[in-house]
Ligand binder design. Sequence first.
Ligand code: SF4
Length: 252
Amino acid sequence: MIHDLIRYQLDTASSLPRENVLLVSLGCSWGKCTFCDYQDDRSSSVLACDTVNKKVLEQVKGAAAGVSCLDVTCSASYTELPFTTINYIRDVCRQSGITSVILEGHYIYRRSNPYFIDFFGSCGINVMFRCGVETFDEHIREDILRKGLPHITPEQLAEHYQWINLMYGMEGQSPDQLKQDIGIGLKYFRRINLSIYTTVPGGPARDDAGIRSFYDSGFYRSLKANPAVDIFDEWDHDNSHTVGHDDPSVSQ
Ligand code: SF4
């Protein structure tokens, strides 16, 4: 089902100013992550995906907004967008002066990365790949979050991805583990997106006290000042949240 969401944002607060688009995919074929409600926002119809995605991409301004980077997320991986949508993305980059595109997806699709590099590179557009890792704590990541990266090392991830997503704020996570995750992330990758955990039905519980303590910490302030780290918090108290990017006003 395609949800009614805010699908376009201009982010000039990050050290990497960019336009963010949240597109509709054909569906996530992994589909097992216990914290994920993004995958509901999908359609098996290429036409339905393209219709929404084209409208979203028409909002991209590129050089006219003073940015040259487009950050593409969807309800699955970049490989699970219709190919026609991928074409629209490249077209809009060319037309608006975007020279760098970010594609986010699961590690299982890493072997397809060279194809995307060639496809966008043929028009002078650089690609950065971002992978959802969530944590380097193997037990939490695989037994609780069911992320699907069993025994995958940071070195292996870094062979294919320049940017990772981490997550903090669920019960069972600790400040020490977060520090370890950030340390590994900064060692092996160019950038980190740190998401503060939002509960989903049937998913792990949110650790509100732990999150408050994180926001009160010097570590949080140091991360806020680190240009390689973007922090996102999309929590809403009614818990009516279904998919990310639904209220940009609550980003930290
Ligand atoms: S987090 Fe990503 S890989 Fe996991 S189920 Fe959701 S869309 Fe699929």
